[in-house]
Design a protein around this ligand. Structure first.
Ligand SMILES: [Zn+2]
Length: 162
């Protein structure tokens, strides 16, 4: 069920983007896809989301051109995983902007380590959503790694998984 009226025909590109991206589940699914959680079950566990909600969002994201379904050989039967399209990958700065804004203006739980968005070109964390504030290169998925606040382990290199 839509949360609000359709904004796909609005003159403002911010409103049109929100028609596609302006849903919390959509954005956290995209976050997971950038970090390599591309299969339904892994997404479901990582997000703690109900099957029905995840399925509906992935269908909507596929229809909107954010993700594409790619078959892989499952243990029992062929299955699909969800890969970001070029349009989906172009939303990386949107996720970075949310991370930077959230770090500046919302309170993190005490146990969480800070999220770092690191440029793999120079190894420095950035304070910008779309370019490295040290070496000034564009921050594409191929040049970015994330230190995830809610997970242990080394930073995730986005290029290896997206
Ligand atoms: Zn850099």
């Amino acid at each position: 069920m839509p949360l609000r009226s359709v904004w796909s025909d609005k003159a403002c590109p911010i409103a049109r983007s929100l028609d596609v991206l302006g849903d919390a589940w959509t954005l956290v699914i995209m976050r997971e896809l950038f970090t390599g959680n591309t299969r339904f079950e892994r997404l479901r566990v990582a997000l703690g989301v109900a099957d029905k909600v995840l399925s509906a969002r992935l269908t909507r994201m596929t229809e909107a051109g954010l993700v594409t379904r790619v078959p892989y050989s499952g243990s029992v039967r062929p299955r699909v995983e969800y890969r970001l399209t070029d349009a989906g990958r172009d939303a990386l700065p949107v996720l970075h902007a949310l991370a930077l804004w959230g770090a500046a203006h919302t309170a993190a739980p005490e146990w969480a380590r800070p999220m770092a968005i690191t440029c793999t070109g120079c190894g420095c964390p950035t304070r910008s959503a779309d370019w490295c504030t040290t070496c000034e290169q564009s921050l594409t998925a191929e040049r970015t790694e994330w230190t995830r606040p809610g997970a242990d382990g080394p930073p995730v290199r986005l290029a290896e998984v997206a």
